[in-house]
Write a protein that binds this ligand. Sequence first.
Ligand SMILES: Cc1ncc(COP(=O)(O)O)c(C=O)c1O
Length: 386
Amino acid sequence: MAARVYLDHASAWPLRPEARQAWADASAVAWADPSRGHREGRAARDLLDRATATAAAAVGVDERSLVWTSGGTEAVHLAVLGAARAAQRRGVVRRHLVCSAVEHSSVLRACERLRDEHGYHLDVVGVDGAGVVDPDAVAALVDDRTLAVHVQHANHEVGAIQPVHAVAEACARHGALLHVDACQTVGQVGLSLEGLGADLLTASAAKFGGPRGTGFLALGPRGRVHALQEGDERQRRRRAGLEDVPGIAATAVALEVARASLQTEFSAREIVRRHLRRRLPELVEDVQVHGPLADAHPGIVAVSALYVDGEALVSRLDEAGFAVHSGSSCASTSGEPSHVLVAMGVLTHGHVRVSIGPETSLTDADAFLDAYAEVVQRLRQSSGVR
Ligand SMILES: Cc1ncc(COP(=O)(O)O)c(C=O)c1O
C-alpha cells in the first residue's frame, strides 16, 4: 500500500520529535504544581519560567507579558473577551469592535458574544476576492469609541497575509487595541508583536509542531486582559488553573526548532505551494485556486471544483491516501459553505484546503495532483456531469 500523505498542517502539524522528547523529559521531572514552594514545585517552576522566556522572546515580548492557554481558541477568547473585561474594570467606556469577515470562527464567535450578550457594537469588514482586508476600510470604521480591532495575520483557509501594520496605524491614531490572531504564522513566518504593531497576539502550538491543546497570548505595553476563568492568582491573574508544564516545555522546544529552521521550511513549502497552484488548473477543468500568489502563507493552497461535493472529495482522497480538509477549519461537520470563501465571493463548491508541511515533497505534491484529478473526474462522472 502507498504511504499516506498528510496535507492538513494548517489544522495540526505532527508533533516535532524534539517536542515529543521535551514533553517526555518534562513529564518525568516537572509534573508538580509550579506554584508550590517545595523542591518538586520549584523544578516545575524552573522549567515553566524557562519555557515562558523562550516563547516570549520568540514573539518579541517580555516574559511577564505572555499568558499560556489551552490552545489558540482559548488564547483568542482571552484576547477578545479578556481585553473587554480588563477595559471595563478600568472604567473604559469604549464599546465598539471591528473584525474582519475572514477571521477564524473563534474570533468571530467571541466578538459576537460581546455584541449579543454585552451590547457591544460590532462592525465586520469584508475582504477582496483574494481574501485580503482593505486597511482603509478598517480605518474608516475605527474611532475614539473603538475598544479593539481583530485582524488575523494569515488566513487559515486561503493563506492571505493581512496588512496588519497598516491597520495598526489606524488603531494607534484612535487609541484602539489591535489583536492579531497569528495562530497560522507564529513559528512559520518571521514576526514579532511589535513588528506587526499588535497589542495582543495569539498563537497555537499545534500549528508549529508543538503539542495540541497548548497556545499563548502575548501582550504589548497597552494590551491588558482580565481572566475569563478565575480561581487563583496564577499567570498574573490573567488565567487561573494549573499550568500544563510538560506541554508548555514541549511548545517552547517546538518553537525554538521551528524558528531555527524557519527559512528552510518556508522556502521548501513555498516551492510546493507554487507548484500545486500552477498545476491544479492545468490538470483539472473548472477549478478555482483561491488566495493571493504573493504575500501568502507558504503552506496553504485552497481549491474549489465545480460539480463536486467537498465532503465526498475529502473522503475519496482519504481513501486514496491523502489527508486534506474541506470547508472552513471549524465547520467540517456543519455542511455550511466556508465563511471565508463566502466573504471572498468565490466558488465555494467542492472545496478542499491542502496544507503543506516542511516534509511535503514535490513527489508528494505530484501524487496528490494525480489522485485529485482522478477523484474529481470520477465524482463528476458518477453524478452524470461529465
Ligand atoms: C487563525 C486561527 N485562529 C485560531 C485557531 C484556533 O486554534 P486551536 O485549534 O489551537 O484552538 C486556529 C485553528 O485552526 C486558526 O487557524
